[in-house]
Design a protein around this ligand. Sequence first.
Ligand SMILES: [Zn+2]
Length: 151
Amino acid sequence: MRAINHALGGAVIGLSIANPVVALPLAFLSHFLVDAIPHFGVSGFDDVGGKWFNRTLIADASLCVALVGVLAVTRPYYWVSASICAFLATSPDLMWVPNYIRVKRGKHIQPNKLWLLRFHTRIQWFERPIGAAVEVVWFAAGIILVEMFLV
Ligand SMILES: [Zn+2]
């Protein structure tokens, strides 16, 4: 799932669960639940460094920063916990950074030695272009839910 969709899920958790002992781990774990839902994807690391990959990465990061900005302006008392939850919900994808760097340097990706990496790979059983439809619906639902907490 795109980073902004993970971030929206985390923000909703952060806005709806006041207890950080519950909200923070739940936000982190939500990443894997959301990744198990069919979602957009093209070809793993094959497209890393391409224009499409870079543009979607920048758009995704920009939307996440915009989400934090909206939360900070509209929810001054809750934006920190919502933003931390948004980050935690997105953060497991940082485990792909070492392979991203390897591919950008023209090297082969390393086999997934850690069980969490293998798990993270396996749960994403449906990553295809048609999954963009699910991402759009998830994004719209996330915006609506975050807005509900902004009232
Ligand atoms: Zn992921």
